[in-house]
Design a protein around this ligand. Structure first.
Ligand code: PHE
Length: 453
Protein backbone atom coordinates (compact mmCIF):
# COMPACT_ATOMS: atom_id res chain seq x y z
CA UNK A 1 0.00 0.00 0.00
CA UNK A 2 1.32 3.45 -0.92
CA UNK A 3 2.09 5.02 2.45
CA UNK A 4 1.54 8.55 1.12
CA UNK A 5 -1.95 7.76 -0.04
CA UNK A 6 -4.73 8.47 2.43
CA UNK A 7 -6.80 5.56 3.74
CA UNK A 8 -9.72 4.89 6.03
CA UNK A 9 -8.69 4.42 9.66
CA UNK A 10 -10.55 1.15 10.27
CA UNK A 11 -12.80 -1.38 8.62
CA UNK A 12 -15.75 0.18 10.42
CA UNK A 13 -14.89 3.57 8.92
CA UNK A 14 -14.77 2.04 5.45
CA UNK A 15 -18.12 0.29 5.97
CA UNK A 16 -19.74 3.50 7.18
CA UNK A 17 -18.40 5.42 4.17
CA UNK A 18 -19.57 2.69 1.78
CA UNK A 19 -22.93 2.58 3.53
CA UNK A 20 -23.08 6.37 3.32
CA UNK A 21 -22.65 6.11 -0.43
CA UNK A 22 -25.24 3.34 -0.71
CA UNK A 23 -27.89 4.80 1.57
CA UNK A 24 -29.21 7.83 -0.23
CA UNK A 25 -32.10 9.31 -2.11
CA UNK A 26 -32.36 5.90 -3.74
CA UNK A 27 -33.52 4.47 -0.41
CA UNK A 28 -35.67 7.26 1.00
CA UNK A 29 -37.03 8.82 -2.16
CA UNK A 30 -36.98 6.15 -4.86
CA UNK A 31 -37.43 2.85 -3.04
CA UNK A 32 -40.74 3.61 -1.28
CA UNK A 33 -42.43 4.81 -4.45
CA UNK A 34 -41.10 1.83 -6.38
CA UNK A 35 -42.54 -0.50 -3.74
CA UNK A 36 -45.78 1.45 -4.16
CA UNK A 37 -45.76 1.32 -7.95
CA UNK A 38 -44.50 -2.18 -8.59
CA UNK A 39 -46.64 -4.27 -6.35
CA UNK A 40 -45.62 -3.95 -2.68
CA UNK A 41 -44.39 -7.23 -1.16
CA UNK A 42 -43.64 -8.92 -4.45
CA UNK A 43 -41.20 -6.14 -5.37
CA UNK A 44 -39.66 -6.38 -1.93
CA UNK A 45 -39.00 -10.12 -2.25
CA UNK A 46 -37.20 -9.77 -5.57
CA UNK A 47 -35.28 -6.78 -4.32
CA UNK A 48 -34.03 -8.86 -1.38
CA UNK A 49 -33.02 -11.79 -3.59
CA UNK A 50 -31.25 -9.58 -6.14
CA UNK A 51 -29.40 -7.58 -3.51
CA UNK A 52 -27.71 -10.55 -1.90
CA UNK A 53 -27.36 -12.96 -4.81
CA UNK A 54 -26.49 -10.66 -7.65
CA UNK A 55 -25.69 -7.11 -6.58
CA UNK A 56 -23.37 -8.22 -3.78
CA UNK A 57 -21.11 -10.19 -6.19
CA UNK A 58 -21.03 -7.16 -8.50
CA UNK A 59 -20.09 -5.02 -5.50
CA UNK A 60 -17.22 -7.44 -4.81
CA UNK A 61 -15.98 -7.26 -8.39
CA UNK A 62 -15.89 -3.47 -8.25
CA UNK A 63 -14.20 -3.42 -4.84
CA UNK A 64 -11.58 -6.00 -5.88
CA UNK A 65 -10.47 -3.73 -8.75
CA UNK A 66 -10.10 -0.71 -6.46
CA UNK A 67 -8.37 -2.54 -3.65
CA UNK A 68 -5.90 -4.19 -6.01
CA UNK A 69 -5.38 -1.09 -8.20
CA UNK A 70 -4.98 1.23 -5.18
CA UNK A 71 -6.07 4.24 -7.23
CA UNK A 72 -9.32 5.86 -8.35
CA UNK A 73 -11.28 4.39 -11.27
CA UNK A 74 -9.02 5.64 -14.07
CA UNK A 75 -5.78 4.99 -12.21
CA UNK A 76 -6.76 1.48 -11.09
CA UNK A 77 -7.57 0.30 -14.61
CA UNK A 78 -4.40 1.93 -15.93
CA UNK A 79 -2.38 0.12 -13.25
CA UNK A 80 -4.04 -3.29 -13.61
CA UNK A 81 -4.22 -3.40 -17.42
CA UNK A 82 -1.43 -1.11 -18.61
CA UNK A 83 -1.34 -0.19 -22.28
CA UNK A 84 -4.92 -1.37 -22.91
CA UNK A 85 -8.21 0.39 -23.44
CA UNK A 86 -9.53 -0.75 -20.07
CA UNK A 87 -8.71 2.69 -18.69
CA UNK A 88 -11.66 3.94 -20.73
CA UNK A 89 -13.86 2.21 -18.14
CA UNK A 90 -12.34 4.68 -15.68
CA UNK A 91 -13.34 7.52 -18.00
CA UNK A 92 -16.86 6.09 -18.15
CA UNK A 93 -17.04 6.10 -14.33
CA UNK A 94 -15.87 9.69 -14.11
CA UNK A 95 -18.39 10.84 -16.73
CA UNK A 96 -21.25 8.95 -15.01
CA UNK A 97 -20.38 10.37 -11.61
CA UNK A 98 -20.08 13.85 -13.07
CA UNK A 99 -23.56 13.60 -14.60
CA UNK A 100 -25.22 12.07 -11.53
CA UNK A 101 -23.54 14.56 -9.17
CA UNK A 102 -25.09 17.41 -11.18
CA UNK A 103 -28.71 16.27 -11.00
CA UNK A 104 -28.48 14.50 -7.63
CA UNK A 105 -27.40 17.79 -6.12
CA UNK A 106 -30.59 19.42 -7.43
CA UNK A 107 -32.76 16.85 -5.60
CA UNK A 108 -30.47 17.17 -2.56
CA UNK A 109 -31.10 20.91 -2.83
CA UNK A 110 -34.86 20.33 -2.58
CA UNK A 111 -34.25 18.28 0.57
CA UNK A 112 -32.14 21.14 1.95
CA UNK A 113 -34.93 23.58 1.14
CA UNK A 114 -37.55 21.40 2.88
CA UNK A 115 -35.25 20.99 5.87
CA UNK A 116 -34.79 24.76 6.14
CA UNK A 117 -38.55 25.30 5.84
CA UNK A 118 -39.35 22.68 8.45
CA UNK A 119 -36.93 24.33 10.89
CA UNK A 120 -38.04 27.88 10.11
CA UNK A 121 -41.80 27.59 9.84
CA UNK A 122 -42.89 23.94 9.74
CA UNK A 123 -45.63 22.79 7.40
CA UNK A 124 -48.72 23.63 9.41
CA UNK A 125 -52.08 23.70 7.70
CA UNK A 126 -50.97 22.45 4.30
CA UNK A 127 -53.78 21.02 2.23
CA UNK A 128 -53.01 18.41 -0.36
CA UNK A 129 -53.18 21.00 -3.13
CA UNK A 130 -50.97 23.50 -1.30
CA UNK A 131 -48.45 20.69 -0.67
CA UNK A 132 -48.38 20.11 -4.42
CA UNK A 133 -47.98 23.78 -5.23
CA UNK A 134 -45.26 24.10 -2.60
CA UNK A 135 -43.31 21.33 -4.31
CA UNK A 136 -43.73 22.94 -7.66
CA UNK A 137 -42.51 26.24 -6.19
CA UNK A 138 -39.48 24.58 -4.61
CA UNK A 139 -38.59 22.66 -7.75
CA UNK A 140 -39.68 24.83 -10.65
CA UNK A 141 -38.99 28.44 -9.76
CA UNK A 142 -35.72 29.97 -10.95
CA UNK A 143 -33.76 31.12 -7.92
CA UNK A 144 -34.92 29.06 -4.97
CA UNK A 145 -33.80 25.65 -6.30
CA UNK A 146 -30.57 27.11 -7.68
CA UNK A 147 -29.70 28.54 -4.28
CA UNK A 148 -30.42 25.27 -2.48
CA UNK A 149 -28.47 23.30 -5.11
CA UNK A 150 -25.53 25.68 -4.57
CA UNK A 151 -25.62 25.24 -0.80
CA UNK A 152 -25.89 21.45 -1.04
CA UNK A 153 -23.12 21.01 -3.61
CA UNK A 154 -20.96 23.56 -1.79
CA UNK A 155 -21.17 21.57 1.46
CA UNK A 156 -20.16 18.41 -0.39
CA UNK A 157 -17.18 20.24 -1.93
CA UNK A 158 -16.03 21.39 1.52
CA UNK A 159 -16.17 17.84 2.94
CA UNK A 160 -14.23 16.52 -0.08
CA UNK A 161 -11.61 19.23 0.28
CA UNK A 162 -10.76 17.87 3.75
CA UNK A 163 -9.79 14.51 2.26
CA UNK A 164 -10.51 10.90 3.17
CA UNK A 165 -9.78 10.76 6.90
CA UNK A 166 -10.69 14.29 7.95
CA UNK A 167 -13.47 14.78 5.43
CA UNK A 168 -15.33 11.68 4.25
CA UNK A 169 -14.52 9.42 7.21
CA UNK A 170 -15.27 11.98 9.94
CA UNK A 171 -18.49 13.10 8.30
CA UNK A 172 -19.92 9.63 7.63
CA UNK A 173 -18.89 8.38 11.09
CA UNK A 174 -21.02 11.10 12.67
CA UNK A 175 -23.96 11.22 10.29
CA UNK A 176 -24.64 7.55 9.53
CA UNK A 177 -25.47 6.48 13.10
CA UNK A 178 -27.62 9.62 13.57
CA UNK A 179 -29.40 8.89 10.32
CA UNK A 180 -30.17 5.33 11.36
CA UNK A 181 -31.51 6.29 14.78
CA UNK A 182 -33.64 9.12 13.37
CA UNK A 183 -35.24 6.92 10.75
CA UNK A 184 -36.00 4.16 13.27
CA UNK A 185 -37.71 6.73 15.52
CA UNK A 186 -39.76 8.07 12.62
CA UNK A 187 -40.66 4.52 11.61
CA UNK A 188 -42.18 3.78 15.02
CA UNK A 189 -44.02 7.02 14.82
CA UNK A 190 -45.33 6.28 11.33
CA UNK A 191 -46.40 2.77 12.34
CA UNK A 192 -48.35 4.17 15.27
CA UNK A 193 -50.60 6.33 13.07
CA UNK A 194 -54.26 5.36 12.68
CA UNK A 195 -54.67 3.40 9.48
CA UNK A 196 -50.97 2.56 9.19
CA UNK A 197 -51.77 -1.15 9.42
CA UNK A 198 -53.12 -1.18 5.89
CA UNK A 199 -49.76 0.06 4.66
CA UNK A 200 -47.92 -2.65 6.56
CA UNK A 201 -50.24 -5.27 5.06
CA UNK A 202 -49.63 -3.84 1.62
CA UNK A 203 -45.91 -4.26 2.07
CA UNK A 204 -45.98 -7.71 3.59
CA UNK A 205 -48.69 -9.54 1.66
CA UNK A 206 -47.41 -10.54 -1.78
CA UNK A 207 -49.89 -9.94 -4.57
CA UNK A 208 -48.73 -12.27 -7.32
CA UNK A 209 -51.10 -10.73 -9.83
CA UNK A 210 -48.87 -7.64 -9.76
CA UNK A 211 -45.86 -9.61 -10.91
CA UNK A 212 -44.46 -8.83 -14.36
CA UNK A 213 -41.12 -8.65 -16.15
CA UNK A 214 -41.06 -4.99 -15.13
CA UNK A 215 -41.04 -5.99 -11.45
CA UNK A 216 -37.84 -7.95 -12.09
CA UNK A 217 -36.10 -5.28 -14.16
CA UNK A 218 -36.95 -2.48 -11.75
CA UNK A 219 -36.08 -4.51 -8.64
CA UNK A 220 -32.67 -5.29 -10.05
CA UNK A 221 -32.07 -1.77 -11.36
CA UNK A 222 -33.05 -0.33 -7.98
CA UNK A 223 -30.76 -2.74 -6.17
CA UNK A 224 -27.79 -1.70 -8.36
CA UNK A 225 -28.57 1.99 -7.95
CA UNK A 226 -29.01 1.65 -4.21
CA UNK A 227 -25.70 -0.14 -3.67
CA UNK A 228 -24.03 2.56 -5.86
CA UNK A 229 -22.73 -0.01 -8.34
CA UNK A 230 -21.20 0.53 -11.76
CA UNK A 231 -19.89 4.07 -11.32
CA UNK A 232 -16.58 3.61 -9.58
CA UNK A 233 -17.68 4.83 -6.14
CA UNK A 234 -17.29 1.38 -4.55
CA UNK A 235 -14.02 0.98 -6.47
CA UNK A 236 -12.67 4.31 -5.25
CA UNK A 237 -13.69 3.80 -1.61
CA UNK A 238 -12.27 0.24 -1.65
CA UNK A 239 -8.98 1.70 -2.86
CA UNK A 240 -8.83 3.65 0.42
CA UNK A 241 -9.31 0.53 2.58
CA UNK A 242 -6.38 -0.74 4.62
CA UNK A 243 -4.66 -3.91 3.35
CA UNK A 244 -5.87 -6.00 6.26
CA UNK A 245 -9.55 -5.08 5.91
CA UNK A 246 -11.52 -7.69 4.06
CA UNK A 247 -13.80 -6.75 1.19
CA UNK A 248 -15.89 -9.84 1.89
CA UNK A 249 -17.21 -8.58 5.19
CA UNK A 250 -17.28 -4.89 4.22
CA UNK A 251 -19.52 -5.77 1.25
CA UNK A 252 -21.82 -7.92 3.32
CA UNK A 253 -22.25 -5.28 6.04
CA UNK A 254 -22.83 -2.55 3.47
CA UNK A 255 -25.56 -4.60 1.74
CA UNK A 256 -27.24 -5.44 5.04
CA UNK A 257 -27.13 -1.80 6.06
CA UNK A 258 -28.46 -0.61 2.72
CA UNK A 259 -31.22 -3.21 2.57
CA UNK A 260 -32.36 -2.52 6.14
CA UNK A 261 -32.38 1.17 5.46
CA UNK A 262 -34.50 0.76 2.33
CA UNK A 263 -36.94 -1.33 4.34
CA UNK A 264 -37.06 1.19 7.19
CA UNK A 265 -37.69 4.01 4.69
CA UNK A 266 -40.53 2.08 3.11
CA UNK A 267 -41.97 1.44 6.59
CA UNK A 268 -41.79 5.18 7.23
CA UNK A 269 -43.37 6.29 3.98
CA UNK A 270 -45.95 3.64 2.98
CA UNK A 271 -47.82 3.33 6.32
CA UNK A 272 -47.96 7.13 6.60
CA UNK A 273 -49.32 7.36 3.06
CA UNK A 274 -52.02 4.78 3.85
CA UNK A 275 -52.83 6.50 7.13
CA UNK A 276 -53.49 9.71 5.21
CA UNK A 277 -55.57 7.87 2.62
CA UNK A 278 -53.21 8.74 -0.23
CA UNK A 279 -52.04 6.72 -3.21
CA UNK A 280 -48.81 4.73 -2.63
CA UNK A 281 -48.05 4.71 -6.36
CA UNK A 282 -47.78 8.51 -6.58
CA UNK A 283 -44.28 8.37 -8.09
CA UNK A 284 -41.24 10.56 -7.48
CA UNK A 285 -43.20 13.31 -5.76
CA UNK A 286 -44.28 10.93 -2.96
CA UNK A 287 -41.68 12.09 -0.45
CA UNK A 288 -41.84 15.80 -1.25
CA UNK A 289 -45.59 16.20 -1.69
CA UNK A 290 -47.28 13.55 0.38
CA UNK A 291 -45.12 13.54 3.50
CA UNK A 292 -45.26 17.27 4.30
CA UNK A 293 -49.03 17.04 3.89
CA UNK A 294 -49.23 14.00 6.18
CA UNK A 295 -46.99 15.64 8.78
CA UNK A 296 -49.04 18.80 8.66
CA UNK A 297 -52.29 16.81 9.11
CA UNK A 298 -50.82 15.33 12.27
CA UNK A 299 -49.92 18.79 13.42
CA UNK A 300 -53.58 19.51 14.09
CA UNK A 301 -53.52 17.13 17.05
CA UNK A 302 -49.92 17.45 18.23
CA UNK A 303 -48.06 20.38 16.66
CA UNK A 304 -44.78 19.91 18.54
CA UNK A 305 -44.48 16.23 17.69
CA UNK A 306 -45.40 16.92 14.10
CA UNK A 307 -42.75 19.61 13.83
CA UNK A 308 -40.05 17.35 15.30
CA UNK A 309 -40.93 14.45 13.01
CA UNK A 310 -40.85 16.76 9.99
CA UNK A 311 -37.45 18.17 10.92
CA UNK A 312 -36.04 14.69 11.66
CA UNK A 313 -37.35 13.35 8.40
CA UNK A 314 -35.88 16.04 6.16
CA UNK A 315 -32.65 16.00 8.15
CA UNK A 316 -32.45 12.28 7.37
CA UNK A 317 -33.07 12.89 3.66
CA UNK A 318 -30.38 15.57 3.73
CA UNK A 319 -27.78 13.34 5.45
CA UNK A 320 -28.57 10.37 3.25
CA UNK A 321 -28.24 12.46 0.09
CA UNK A 322 -25.04 14.29 0.99
CA UNK A 323 -23.14 11.13 2.03
CA UNK A 324 -23.99 9.65 -1.38
CA UNK A 325 -23.10 12.83 -3.23
CA UNK A 326 -19.63 12.98 -1.71
CA UNK A 327 -18.87 9.45 -2.92
CA UNK A 328 -19.56 10.47 -6.53
CA UNK A 329 -17.70 13.74 -6.05
CA UNK A 330 -14.71 11.72 -4.79
CA UNK A 331 -14.56 9.60 -7.96
CA UNK A 332 -14.02 12.78 -10.00
CA UNK A 333 -11.68 14.30 -7.40
CA UNK A 334 -9.47 11.20 -7.15
CA UNK A 335 -8.91 11.39 -10.90
CA UNK A 336 -7.87 15.04 -10.90
CA UNK A 337 -5.64 14.60 -7.86
CA UNK A 338 -3.97 11.29 -8.75
CA UNK A 339 -3.83 11.27 -12.53
CA UNK A 340 -3.70 14.99 -13.28
CA UNK A 341 -1.68 16.02 -10.21
CA UNK A 342 -3.99 18.87 -9.28
CA UNK A 343 -4.23 19.84 -5.59
CA UNK A 344 -7.27 18.59 -3.69
CA UNK A 345 -8.58 22.08 -3.02
CA UNK A 346 -8.31 23.07 -6.66
CA UNK A 347 -9.83 19.78 -7.79
CA UNK A 348 -12.87 20.19 -5.53
CA UNK A 349 -13.37 23.73 -6.81
CA UNK A 350 -13.16 22.63 -10.46
CA UNK A 351 -15.69 19.85 -9.92
CA UNK A 352 -17.91 22.09 -7.85
CA UNK A 353 -18.13 24.73 -10.58
CA UNK A 354 -18.64 22.34 -13.47
CA UNK A 355 -21.32 20.27 -11.70
CA UNK A 356 -22.88 23.47 -10.43
CA UNK A 357 -23.35 24.81 -13.96
CA UNK A 358 -24.72 21.51 -15.24
CA UNK A 359 -26.96 21.26 -12.17
CA UNK A 360 -28.43 24.69 -12.93
CA UNK A 361 -29.54 23.41 -16.34
CA UNK A 362 -31.10 20.36 -14.64
CA UNK A 363 -32.85 22.57 -12.12
CA UNK A 364 -34.21 24.95 -14.75
CA UNK A 365 -35.55 21.99 -16.70
CA UNK A 366 -38.37 21.83 -14.13
CA UNK A 367 -39.35 25.43 -14.96
CA UNK A 368 -38.20 27.81 -17.68
CA UNK A 369 -36.33 25.14 -19.67
CA UNK A 370 -39.17 22.63 -19.33
CA UNK A 371 -39.87 22.67 -23.07
CA UNK A 372 -36.31 21.96 -24.12
CA UNK A 373 -36.35 18.27 -24.92
CA UNK A 374 -33.59 15.99 -26.17
CA UNK A 375 -34.75 12.56 -27.40
CA UNK A 376 -38.08 13.37 -25.75
CA UNK A 377 -36.52 13.96 -22.32
CA UNK A 378 -36.06 17.14 -20.31
CA UNK A 379 -32.44 17.81 -19.35
CA UNK A 380 -32.95 16.41 -15.84
CA UNK A 381 -34.67 13.22 -16.96
CA UNK A 382 -32.17 12.78 -19.79
CA UNK A 383 -29.31 12.83 -17.27
CA UNK A 384 -31.17 10.50 -14.90
CA UNK A 385 -32.09 8.00 -17.61
CA UNK A 386 -28.71 8.13 -19.29
CA UNK A 387 -26.82 7.57 -16.06
CA UNK A 388 -29.02 5.11 -14.20
CA UNK A 389 -30.33 3.06 -17.13
CA UNK A 390 -27.31 3.00 -19.42
CA UNK A 391 -24.01 4.19 -17.97
CA UNK A 392 -24.36 2.41 -14.62
CA UNK A 393 -25.33 -0.92 -16.16
CA UNK A 394 -22.54 -0.61 -18.72
CA UNK A 395 -20.05 0.17 -15.94
CA UNK A 396 -21.23 -2.80 -13.86
CA UNK A 397 -20.94 -5.10 -16.89
CA UNK A 398 -17.38 -4.01 -17.61
CA UNK A 399 -16.38 -4.48 -13.94
CA UNK A 400 -17.60 -8.08 -13.80
CA UNK A 401 -16.03 -8.87 -17.18
CA UNK A 402 -12.73 -7.45 -15.99
CA UNK A 403 -12.64 -9.46 -12.77
CA UNK A 404 -14.14 -12.62 -14.29
CA UNK A 405 -12.22 -12.77 -17.54
CA UNK A 406 -9.23 -10.43 -17.48
CA UNK A 407 -7.87 -10.52 -13.94
CA UNK A 408 -6.44 -13.79 -12.68
CA UNK A 409 -8.52 -15.68 -10.15
CA UNK A 410 -5.74 -15.76 -7.55
CA UNK A 411 -5.46 -11.95 -7.41
CA UNK A 412 -9.21 -11.69 -7.09
CA UNK A 413 -9.38 -14.15 -4.20
CA UNK A 414 -6.48 -12.43 -2.42
CA UNK A 415 -8.23 -9.09 -2.51
CA UNK A 416 -11.55 -10.62 -1.54
CA UNK A 417 -10.29 -12.10 1.70
CA UNK A 418 -7.32 -9.97 2.56
CA UNK A 419 -7.04 -10.69 6.22
CA UNK A 420 -3.84 -11.01 8.20
CA UNK A 421 -4.23 -14.79 8.29
CA UNK A 422 -4.80 -14.86 4.51
CA UNK A 423 -7.70 -17.17 5.22
CA UNK A 424 -9.55 -17.64 1.99
CA UNK A 425 -13.23 -17.17 2.28
CA UNK A 426 -15.22 -20.31 1.60
CA UNK A 427 -17.88 -18.30 -0.19
CA UNK A 428 -15.51 -17.06 -2.88
CA UNK A 429 -16.20 -19.80 -5.48
CA UNK A 430 -19.90 -18.95 -5.41
CA UNK A 431 -19.31 -15.22 -5.87
CA UNK A 432 -16.72 -15.84 -8.54
CA UNK A 433 -19.12 -18.02 -10.48
CA UNK A 434 -21.77 -15.28 -10.37
CA UNK A 435 -19.22 -12.61 -11.38
CA UNK A 436 -17.90 -14.67 -14.28
CA UNK A 437 -21.05 -16.20 -15.75
CA UNK A 438 -24.34 -15.12 -14.20
CA UNK A 439 -23.89 -11.38 -13.73
CA UNK A 440 -22.76 -10.62 -17.32
CA UNK A 441 -25.79 -12.39 -18.78
CA UNK A 442 -28.26 -10.76 -16.41
CA UNK A 443 -26.74 -7.29 -16.82
CA UNK A 444 -26.82 -7.59 -20.63
CA UNK A 445 -30.48 -8.63 -20.37
CA UNK A 446 -31.35 -5.56 -18.26
CA UNK A 447 -29.36 -3.34 -20.57
CA UNK A 448 -31.24 -4.64 -23.60
CA UNK A 449 -34.57 -4.34 -21.81
CA UNK A 450 -34.02 -0.56 -21.96
CA UNK A 451 -34.46 -0.73 -25.71
CA UNK A 452 -37.68 -2.74 -25.63
CA UNK A 453 -40.59 -0.47 -25.05
N1 PHE B 1 -26.77 4.69 -3.87
C1 PHE B 1 -27.18 6.04 -3.93
C2 PHE B 1 -28.62 6.15 -3.48
O1 PHE B 1 -29.22 5.18 -3.11
C3 PHE B 1 -27.03 6.62 -5.30
C4 PHE B 1 -25.69 6.46 -5.89
C5 PHE B 1 -25.56 5.80 -7.07
C6 PHE B 1 -24.59 6.96 -5.25
C7 PHE B 1 -24.32 5.59 -7.62
C8 PHE B 1 -23.32 6.78 -5.79
C9 PHE B 1 -23.20 6.09 -6.98
O2 PHE B 1 -29.17 7.19 -3.50
Amino acid sequence: MDSNREHFGSRMAAVLALAGSAVGLGNIWRFPYMVGEYGGAIFLIFYLIFTFFLSLPVFYAEAIIGKKGRKGAFGSFSALAPGTNWKLVGVLCIVSCFIITSYYSVVGGWATDYLARSVATGFESLSQSTATSLFSKVSSSVWEPIISHTVFLGLAAIIIKFGIKNGIEKFTKITMPILFVLMILIMFFSLSLDGAKEGVKYMLRPDFSKFSAKTLAFALGQSFFSLSLGMGTVLTYASYMRDEDSIASAGLYTSIFDFSFALISAFVVIPAVFAAGLEPGAGPSLVFESLPYIFSEMGQTSPVLSRCVTIFFFLSVFFAAITSLISMFEVCTAHLVEDRKISRTKASLIIFFSCWLLGILCSLSFGVLEDIKLFGYTIFSLFDTLASNYLMTLGALLFVLFVGWKMDRESAIDQFSMRKSKKREKTFPYFYFVIKYVAPVVIIAIFLSNFIK
